[in-house]
Each structure stands twice: as structure tokens, then as C-alpha cells.
Write a protein that binds this ligand. Structure first.
Ligand code: F6R
Length: 353
């Protein structure tokens, strides 16, 4: 039921703080201990390489999760698009472990891969929003995303749930003592609430920057590049504005040629390591006339930026940065008079290959 909302997508964006709280309730006990199952953690630890397999938005969540598994837990991790992996399987390590990410649990491309790896006798974990779905039933292990039904075709809260659960998993496999993840995620839930309370800011920016544009670019480095891909997909999918997301350092290797007077360039700037370089990239686009809007964390922000987010552990930044990009896509679609929840040519669950 949409309640007072015009579209499910906005309702689902607004539910994101609650989704994080549900995950905290489910996966942390009262003493702060993580509850994921000891056998699952032992099986992952016994692997020599992890393979994340997913499609679309879930693939983008996988890109972020891989960085957490590598940088926090020291586990070599590859991320693959399911439709590619199914027919062009990479050379596997000796002891692979597979992680499937899927909101619906029914994506045919991912199911094809799971069938192949089951035949080969490899172990797997599915993170899905639909308990008892095919990917849930056929994997060795399955964990629920706790996001509640996602009705809008464009995925929002399932992405946040996937990144949150990947963080919990990577943290459980790490020995990080400098981060209290439970506390950090509770704070992030509060900060997401502040962003969604600021909707009108993004409505205004969408109207000024995107509604009448033919194209848009999202740039960033590290996890910000991963979110740039997701931001571009969301905008394309519901507003039909041609959008591209990519690693900011790649601009000068080709895409800069497309920047002209008034081209929208939206930058995500949350990674201290590369902030100076990204500032340089923004300047390169501005010198060609780009209309820039920058979403930056507080300690990296400067006066000209469009939106300032609180500081956060660098690999958790996607949980914050993705929300403004969801709202920009939503208000661009709305401003163009489109049916936000039912973009043309698309289905919620892609059960054909
Ligand atoms: C984008 C979107 C799709 C899905 C993709 C995978 O907003 O919804 O890209 O993310 O079709 O679907 P699941 O996660 O159900 O496997």
C-alpha cells in the first residue's frame, strides 16, 4: 500500500533508515555479537577467493561489498555480472566460495550461474530479499535482506540492505577493532533520515540540472565510482536521460570530449585518499563548461559544493551517497512527467536470460 505517497519508489527511499535498523536487530545480539552462523563464516574463511555474482543494481552493491571483503577482511574477491559469468566463466581458484546478491532471488542469469557451480560442488551464499526464492533455496546458505517488499521497478532499499549486510559480513570476517560497526550503522540510519527529510533540495537540483538535460555524468573514485554506476543506472532507468557513471580518473581518457556548456556532472567525493585528484577532475569539467553538483563528506567539502554529508568510515559512504542520487533520479522522472514506478520496457524480476 502506497499510503500517502504518489509512488512506491519514494516510499521505499524513505524506508531506508528502518531497513538498516531491521538488519541491526536481526544480525547483532544484545551484547553486540554478530549472528551470521559460525559454519558459514568458517566456510568463507576456508576459501581462497570469493566470487560475487549479480545483475544490475545488485551487481553495483557487489562492487562495494568486494572492497569491504578485501580491505576489511583481507579476502580476495571478484565481482561478476551474472549474464557474463554464466557463459564466459573466469578461471576459478582452487577453493572458491560464491556470494549471490539478488533482491528477488529469481534473476535467471544468476540462477544459471548457481546451477553451474552447484554441479561443480562449490559452496555458496545468497543474500536476498525474498526468503524461499529460487536463489535462496538452491544456495548452500541464505541470509535475508530484511528490506520488506520492494514494489517499484527501480531498486533502492534493496541496494542499501545489500551494502549493509555485506558490511556486517565483511566486518564479522575481519578483526577490525577501530570501528564499532553496529554504532556506525545506527548513526548512518539517522543520517539517511536527515537526507530524506531534505527532499526538496534534490527536487530543486533535479529540476535545475537534470529534467531538461539530454545526458548526465556521475564521477568519483574508489567506492564513489561504484555509486556513480548505480546513480547513472537509476537516472537512465526511470527518467530516460542518457547517463554514464565512471571512475573520475578515466575522464581524460575519452569522456571529457563529451563535456560542453551546461553538461551536468555530478561528483561523489567521500574518499580522503583521492579527494585532491577528484577536485582536479571537477575543475577539468568546469573548464569545459560543465554544470557541476558535488556531494561531499564534511571534512572534504568546500564552499562551492552542492550537498554536504557527515563524515563516515570511507567504505560505508555508499550508504549515504546513494540516497541523494536516488532522490535526483526520482525527481527527474517526476519532473519529466513519467510513471516513476513503471519505467518502459522493464520488469521488476528478470526471469529470462
Ligand atoms: C535496477 C534494478 C535491476 C535489478 C536487477 C537484478 O533498479 O532493479 O537492475 O537490480 O535486475 O535484480 P535482482 O536483485 O532481483 O537479482
Amino acid at each position: 500500500d502506497k499510503g500517502t505517497y504518489d509512488y512506491y519508489m519514494l516510499k521505499e527511499i524513505d524506508e531506508q533508515p528502518v531497513v538498516i535498523r531491521h538488519l541491526l536487530d536481526k544480525y547483532f545480539d544484545d551484547a553486540g555479537k554478530i549472528l551470521l552462523g559460525d559454519q558459514l563464516l568458517a566456510d568463507i574463511q576456508a576459501a581462497d577467493r570469493l566470487y560475487i555474482v549479480a545483475a544490475g543494481t545488485s551487481y553495483h552493491a557487489g562492487l562495494v561489498g568486494a572492497r569491504m571483503l578485501e580491505q576489511w577482511a583481507g579476502l580476495p574477491t571478484e565481482v561478476h555480472v551474472a549474464s557474463e559469468f554464466a557463459y564466459d566463466q573466469p578461471l576459478l581458484s582452487q577453493k572458491p566460495f560464491f556470494i549471490f546478491l539478488s533482491q528477488s532471488g529469481e534473476t535467471a542469469d544468476s540462477r544459471e550461474v548457481l546451477q553451474n557451480i552447484n554441479r561443480a560442488g562449490f559452496k555458496s551464499l545468497t543474500l536476498t530479499n525474498v526468503s524461499n526464492s529460487t536463489l535462496w533455496r538452491e544456495a548452500t546458505y541464505a541470509l535475508p535482506l530484511m528490506a520488506g517488499p520492494e514494489i517499484a521497478v527501480a531498486s533502492t532499499k534493496a541496494y542499501v540492505a545489500q551494502v549493509t549486510l555485506e558490511a556486517i559480513l565483511a566486518y564479522a570476517l575481519s578483526s577490525r577493532l577501530d570501528l564499532d560497526l553496529e554504532k556506525e550503522l545506527s548513526r548512518i540510519a539517522i543520517e539517511i533520515q536527515a537526507i530524506v527529510d531534505d527532499k526538496l533540495t534534490f527536487k530543486r537540483v533535479a529540476e535545475e540540472l537534470l529534467v531538461n538535460s539530454q545526458s548526465a555524468f556521475y564521477i568519483g573514485r574508489g567506492v564513489d565510482a561504484d555509486v556513480a554506476l548505480e546513480a547513472a543506472l537509476k537516472l537512465k532507468e526511470i527518467s530516460y536521460v542518457q547517463a554514464e557513471g565512471f571512475a573520475a580518473g578515466e575522464l581524460k581518457h575519452g569522456t571529457l570530449a563529451l563535456i560542453e556548456d551546461g553538461t551536468p556532472v555530478i561528483t561523489l567525493l567521500t574518499q580522503p585518499k583521492t579527494a585532491g585528484l577528484v577536485r582536479g577532475n571537477i575543475a577539468e569539467t568546469q573548464a569545459r563548461g560543465a554544470d557541476t553538483f558535488t556531494i561531499a563528506t564534511k571534512s572534504l567539502a568546500t564552499d562551492g559544493d552542492g550537498y554536504v554529508l557527515p563524515d563516515v568510515d570511507p567504505l560505508l559512504a555508499p550508504l549515504l551517497t546513494v540516497v541523494p542520487t536516488q532522490l535526483l533520479a526520482y525527481y527527474t522522472s517526476l519532473g519529466r512527467g513519467l510513471d516513476v514506478d513503471h519505467p518502459r520496457n522493464l520488469a521488476k524480476s528478470v526471469t529470462v536470460q
